[in-house]
Design a protein around this ligand. Structure first.
Ligand SMILES: *[C@@H]1O[C@H](CO)[C@@H](O)[C@H](O)[C@H]1NC(C)=O
Ligand SMILES: *[C@@H]1O[C@H](CO)[C@@H](O)[C@H](O)[C@H]1NC(C)=O
Length: 401
């Protein structure tokens, strides 16, 4: 197998992944055997140490902020602003799934005077340190963003009330935790809030890390297109934010998603999608819909996102290191298409690999309730994945759930 060669050659550079522990008087160390077996690419992981600490959240609903970071110098700013802008930082639990070069990259947690931060910022991180869970991996262990988000939930999520998934280059509006919880409480019980966040550019922000006039426009997903892999990808439009209210949403975007933590009791993040990029969003959307969730855009901007990152390392750089990158990516795409129903079993290559544990991570189309929900979703958004169709609601307005 090609991957063995790559792994052996670079094995020396691999670092062991671990979760940092801090000193606390009452500490329960839970050693969870972190081996995810022969899954993914055969790379084993060291035992994962996760601390559970008695933290006083004062009865506030808690949020797990999932941040997947691939060699991203912006990660530490994302972490800092998340805590700085929260109304109640004590209810924000942050899981950083970091994939760094052991020598060349800055750690997401290195918010210190040494690195040019002032005392206020450095102290803030110290103060909330117990709420930050780091999963540190070598970039050579990285298997793409879908995998990283799976790992963040699998290893760092501790059944907080809500999950908020963002990218490692994000900014947050003041009191974001309160705003987004108020927002979801006004929606039906099983709702997911998501969109493609508006843009910020580092160096052009105001003193709150935000662009000028960030509440004037909002992006909403209102159409889709089929890309060169024949996968439906979300697309949207920008609207004047004259009235703060959520709209129904045909998709979830990976860069900003907010939903009840209990969703993961039924919707399992899939470990068998190495290097998947496009395809993640329609897959996650459909899995949530299948589980009875309704998708909405946020009533206002909660998170801003840095889109045009030039010259930063990206996970696809790994394609030059791992000879089996493209093969595995192809299998992941096939798995995705099989789950969403656009590829038949007979068309799937290498099924023993490609469709591992598919009953656990796929969609149970045989369940009439599940099928009914998805049929309704397709009708509502005029989608026909096999015939590559989807309605365009950008000017005519989105249908109601
Ligand atoms: C510390 O730096 C932050 C920017 O990260 C700034 O907003 C804040 O005003 C600074 N505090 C002091 C005391 O200089
Ligand atoms: C299936 O794919 C895996 C991962 O690339 C590979 O190790 C295995 O040899 C493949 N099996 C077949 C039958 O192609």
């Amino acid at each position: 197998m090609g991957k063995r060669t790559g792994k052996e050659k670079l094995g020396v550079l691999r670092t062991i992944s671990y979760v940092f522990s801090t000193i606390s008087l009452i500490t329960f160390l839970i050693f969870s055997a972190g081996y995810i077996g022969s899954g993914i690419t055969g790379v084993g992981f060291a035992a994962f140490r996760v601390q559970q600490r008695p933290i006083n959240t004062r009865g506030l609903p808690t949020i797990f902020l999932s941040i997947a970071s691939y060699r991203d110098p912006q990660c530490m700013f994302t972490l800092l602003w998340a805590l700085k802008q929260a109304k109640y930082p004590e209810r924000v639990f942050i899981g950083v799934l970091q994939q760094n070069h052991p020598d060349m990259d800055v750690d997401c947690l290195s918010i210190s005077l040494q690195n040019g931060f002032n005392a206020t910022d450095a102290e803030l991180i110290m103060k909330w340190r117990n709420q930050i869970r780091m999963g540190r991996y070598s970039y050579l262990d990285a298997r793409g963003p879908t995998w990283a988000r799976y790992m963040a939930i699998e290893k760092l999520f501790q059944q907080e009330d809500y999950v908020m998934q963002v990218d490692s280059h994000s900014r947050f509006v003041p009191q974001w935790d309160e705003l987004i919880i108020d927002n979801i409480k006004q929606l039906p019980p099983n709702s997911v809030i998501s969109h493609y966040p508006s843009l910020f550019v580092p160096g052009e922000e105001d003193e709150n890390g935000l662009p000028k006039d960030y509440q004037k426009i909002i992006s909403r997903m209102c159409k889709g297109f089929y890309n060169s892999d024949d996968i439906l990808q979300p697309s949207g439009a920008l609207y004047a934010l004259d009235k703060k209210e959520s709209r129904s949403n045909p998709f979830l975007g990976a860069g900003f998603t907010f939903y009840p933590g209990k969703a993961h009791e039924t919707v399992k993040m899939d470990p068998y999608l190495p290097y998947l990029f496009h395809g993640e969003e329609i897959l996650f959307s459909m899995k949530m819909v299948a589980a009875g969730y309704k998708l909405y855009s946020p009533a206002e901007n909660i998170v801003l996102h840095y889109y045009y990152r030039k010259d930063f390392p990206r996970y696809w750089d790994l394609s030059s290191i791992y000879p089996d990158f493209h093969q595995l990516q192809k299998y992941s795409l096939m798995r995705t298409k099989y789950i969403i129903g656009t590829l038949d079993y007979e068309q799937v290559e290498n099924v023993t690999w490609t469709l591992q544990e598919i009953d656990k991570y796929g969609i149970n189309w045989k369940d009439p309730v599940v099928k009914g929900r998805l049929d309704k979703y397709f009708t509502m958004f005029e989608m026909d994945l096999k015939n590559k169709k989807m309605g365009d609601f950008c000017s005519k307005g989105l249908p109601e759930w």
